[in-house]
Design a protein around this ligand. Structure first.
Ligand code: SF4
Length: 321
């Protein structure tokens, strides 16, 4: 088996939230609660969940853009958390981040080619001529050959995203973390950006794609991790495995508008205030403590954190009018 590229062990992150006024009490918010994960070459992981589920924080912890409050991050054979920026600098070309907002990441004064060349020179150690040759080749691969001299404001939203991809992919990284790289784009453009990203990843790389888009998770990735309230509540191969957790089923159902409405429970399973299974005698166990991930039979890729996923929920009865 190939050596892992990412290993997370019991990863945790809490934030201190200040109140509205200086005298308001501070609150500790757990954004990531004990996440374990291993990714190897060729693994393309969709990290899915609603806003506030912890997926963006988790993706930032992996690259050291946030420091964990507990647990460990390993990238290849290097313990990554706790390193200084200076210590991390030598590995920066190997582990790359695609931001959600391309305009915040691009310099308004630089052309598409200059962006890619600068990255190749600073992080990739290329000479000016090498950076120019490799930069032009990567832009051409992403369909931007004729746009090499365009400034960000002269590009469409899809072209701006592809410039951020070109910068990352030209470095031949071992790990790419992409945070909602298609947000705000039309469906056709989303498809193009994901095809450019996944289709041009080095074969020995791993990728984490943070997304709200369940069809993208199914189509472009080979593993999916569903997060809720900072916890992983299901891991599966979305193309082959049917979601088993009641929350995942709602997320993956394109017709469902019934995502959690009653908020998250502070005790027990966080989904229990909305869960159709947590009724009658079954509800007591759900209220006791949050379930942990358990393997689904013989399927080593499918784990679910739910006590009653195999039980059919009771039929919904019409309220008397
Ligand atoms: S543990 Fe209980 S409340 Fe949580 S998802 Fe499963 S059935 Fe629903």
């Amino acid at each position: 088996m190939s050596a892992p590229i990412v290993r997370l062990k019991g990863l945790q992150k809490t934030f201190i939230q200040h109140g509205t006024f200086p005298w308001s009490p501070k609150r500790t918010v757990a954004a990531v609660r004990g996440v374990d994960l291993t990714l190897g070459p060729g693994d393309i992981l969709a990290l899915v969940g609603q806003s506030g589920s912890g997926k963006t924080t988790l993706s930032r912890l992996v690259l050291g853009l946030e420091e964990p409050t507990g647990g460990e991050v390993w990238l290849e054979d290097q313990r990554w958390d706790g390193l200084t920026e200076r210590q991390r600098a030598q590995y920066r070309a190997r582990y790359q981040y695609v931001p959600q907002d391309p305009m915040a990441a691009l310099d308004p004064q630089q052309t598409a080619l200059e962006h890619v060349m600068e990255t190749l020179r600073v992080l990739g150690g290329r000479s000016r001529d090498e950076a120019r040759t490799d930069g032009l080749a990567m832009l051409a691969r992403l369909g931007l050959g004729a746009r090499a001299d365009a400034l960000p404001r002269q590009m469409s939203g899809g072209e701006q995203r592809r410039v951020t991809l070109a910068r990352v992919l030209a470095l031949h990284p071992r790990l790419v973390v992409a945070d909602e790289p298609t947000s705000g784009l039309e469906p056709d453009r989303r498809e193009e950006v994901l095809r450019d990203l996944i289709g041009n990843l080095p074969k020995d790389a791993a990728c984490i794609l943070v997304t709200h888009d369940m069809s993208a998770a199914r189509k472009w990735t080979n593993r999916t991790m569903v997060m809720l309230d900072g916890r992983v509540i299901e891991t599966l191969r979305a193309e082959e495995d049917e979601p088993a957790h009641p929350y995942s089923r709602l997320l993956f159902d394109p017709w469902s508008a019934d995502l959690p409405r009653n908020g998250l429970a502070a005790e027990g399973c966080p989904f229990r205030l909305d869960c159709p299974h947590a009724v009658g005698a079954l509800a007591a166990r759900c209220a006791e403590r949050a379930p942990t991930l358990t393997r689904m039979g013989e399927n080593e890729h499918h784990h679910v954190a739910c006590y009653h996923h195999a039980v059919s929920p009771p039929p919904v009865t019409e309220a008397a009018s």
